[in-house]
Design a protein around this ligand. Structure first.
Ligand code: NAP
Length: 519
């Protein structure tokens, strides 16, 4: 018996007509659900968001929207066990990996409820201090941010059906902009169930939350100048969507989170067995194992000083050898299958391409179990760090490549830059001048840099973890977008406007809350 995934549009659940797509259990390969969005009036969906959801959300203050996010986080958390089971079946996640996604979603909602306090009891934001523009202070200027009067279309990747949907929704709803959420289809069951919980909770005003299971049809062709689109997925799809003529024609604001060949760099000063050394090894293994390597922030390139290559390889191979693949609901399993048959095919092909320019030191593309979309953790050693394929080909699974370098910070930065833009880079060193040089060399190519050292080893959260308080995104290949980062994350959904006029009005109405009160 398979489930029919429905869309929540214009205030009702809609089952698509036409040929559906099938979703599978990633471990057993049995069909779980079918999905189709045929028959949806996408122009009507946008109008419902703009005309019904937008005014209702804009009528709420940031504090009220923050309270809504907090309540949503609680409502979803109550269904945690059910969601973890769905995630294990449809996406092949172990309990730990499921929590990473689902708790990541509820945690991000709670974090944005907290950030709402910074925004205060208003419906718009003041941006910076007011500025005297005239001969005297009478003629005054102030920048403000107001919510856009459109809809936010969110197109999400398959690998984080929960977190990806709510990291975007949290920002948009706090800004006061209604959302239209579209999850990656292969793993849409968790997102669909969460969408049901949101609707059943009644916490988001009607029109503020719509959900599309399946394809987006002609939605993008109907978007207008006040709408925005935030996309997470492959660079290939991103380029196709961002060149949609209607989006260009209407200057629709677009944010892209795409491919990323994240690098980690072991500093030459890090001694084997030290806290930094062990942290480096643990984080490489974690990124290969967690979510079976299907993480946009996962380490793909491991830069090691030439004279440390043998030791690092030996220790990583030993640690990766302890990973147990199998049924993700079995507590003994430490790495589940990939999420779909398409993923398995892509990862196997990707390993084949990398293996032409390097040596497989563990794992490989061979089948692991009789059923299910399994692949072994696979580490390669590059013949040379110059090989293009290691810097271009993001194999979206438990796969990483060891690349030798001289140990000089400038050399590491130059090799890392060959990835042409990444979400996150990590480096390990206790040598502060080396760190400074490496950070300044790598920063233009990254949205985020993570510096490991003996002093923070005990307290650190791993580099692959996206935190709501810090920005997420990256230049170039990573899409050129930026999400999250506390209150920064809501600005994408708002218009910045410079207001100029008599200080009594401009400053009194639009200055920072505490200053305006004093006027
Ligand atoms: P994808 O194939 O590009 O799909 C991404 C989303 O786009 C899915 O929801 C997909 O829907 C939708 N889509 C595809 N064609 C479309 C079209 N013509 N019109 C509208 N929507 C369309 O990527 P994926 O396989 O889901 O995700 C893996 C990729 O995402 C990896 O390359 C990874 O690096 C990247 N990623 C990046 C981040 C980040 O934050 N930067 C995070 C996660 C993943 P269907 O599923 O229905 O096809």
């Amino acid at each position: 018996m398979t489930t029919t995934l429905t869309s929540y549009v214009q205030g009702a659940w809609h089952a698509g007509s036409g040929d559906p797509r099938t979703l599978y259990n990633a471990t057993t390969e049995e069909p779980m659900a079918t999905v189709s969005s045929d028959g949806i009036d996408f122009g009507g969906v946008l109008a419902h968001a703009r005309d019904v959801g937008g005014p209702a959300l804009r009528g709420m203050t940031f504090e009220q929207r923050g309270a809504m996010l907090k309540a949503l986080s609680g409502a979803l958390h109550e269904h945690r066990e059910e969601l973890l089971d769905l995630s294990a079946a449809n996406a092949g996640t172990t309990r730990k990996d499921g929590k990473f996604d689902i708790d990541g979603a509820t945690g991000t909602l709670a974090a944005y409820a907290y950030f709402a306090k910074e925004c205060g009891p208003r419906t718009f934001l003041s941006d910076g201090d007011g500025i005297q523009l005239g001969r005297t202070a009478r003629f005054w200027g102030q920048h403000i941010y107001v919510p856009k009067h459109g809809a936010a279309v969110h197109i999400n990747a398959f690998n984080f059906p929960a977190w990806n949907m709510f990291e975007k929704a949290a920002c948009s709803l706090l800004a006061g902009v209604p959302v239209i959420e579209k999850p990656g289809t292969a793993t849409a069951m968790v997102a669909w169930r969460m969408a049901q919980i949101v609707v059943e909770s009644g916490l988001v005003p009607e029109g503020g939350w719509q959900f599309i299971a399946g394809s987006t049809g002609d939605l993008l062709d109907k978007m207008g100048p006040q709408d925005v689109m935030a996309f997470t997925g492959s660079a290939w799809t991103a380029n196709k969507l961002r060149s949609n003529p209607n989006l260009i024609q209407n200057s629709v604001r677009v944010n892209i989170e795409a491919d990323s060949l994240n690098a980690t760099v072991l500093g030459p000063d890090v001694e084997p067995g030290s806290e930094s050394w062990n942290l480096f090894l643990r984080n490489v293994v974690l990124d290969m194992q967690q979510k079976t390597g299907q993480k946009c922030t996962a380490i793909r390139r491991v830069l090691v000083p030439q004279d440390r290559m043998a030791e690092v390889t030996e220790q990583l191979v030993a640690m990766l050898g302890e990973i147990v693949t199998g049924d993700p609901t079995d507590r003994a399993t430490t790495m589940g299958p990939l999420a779909s048959a398409a993923q398995l095919r892509d990862v196997r092909e990707g390993i084949g391409r990398l293996a032409q320019a390097g040596r497989i030191v563990c794992g490989g593309a061979d089948p692991v179990h009789e059923k299910g979309y399994f692949v072994a953790p696979t580490l390669l050693e590059a013949n040379s760090s110059d090989e293009e394929v290691f810097h271009r080909d993001e194999v979206f699974g438990p796969v990483a490549t060891l690349l030798p370098y001289s140990g000089a910070a400038a050399d590491a930065a130059a090799i890392v830059a060959r990835g042409e833009g990444s979400l996150v880079g990590s480096l390990y060193s206790n040598d502060t001048p080396w760190v400074e040089e490496a950070v300044l060399g790598m920063a233009p190519w990254h949205g985020r840099l993570w510096v490991g050292s003996d002093r923070m080893a005990e307290q650190s959260l791993p580099p692959g973890m996206v935190l709501p308080a810090m920005v997420h995104g990256g230049p170039g290949r990573a899409g050129g977008g930026e999400e999250l980062g506390g209150v920064r994350g809501i600005l994408f959904y708002m218009q910045r406007t410079a207001v100029q006029g008599f200080k009594g009005q401009v400053h009194g109405c639009f200055g920072k809350v505490e200053e305006a009160k004093a006027t």
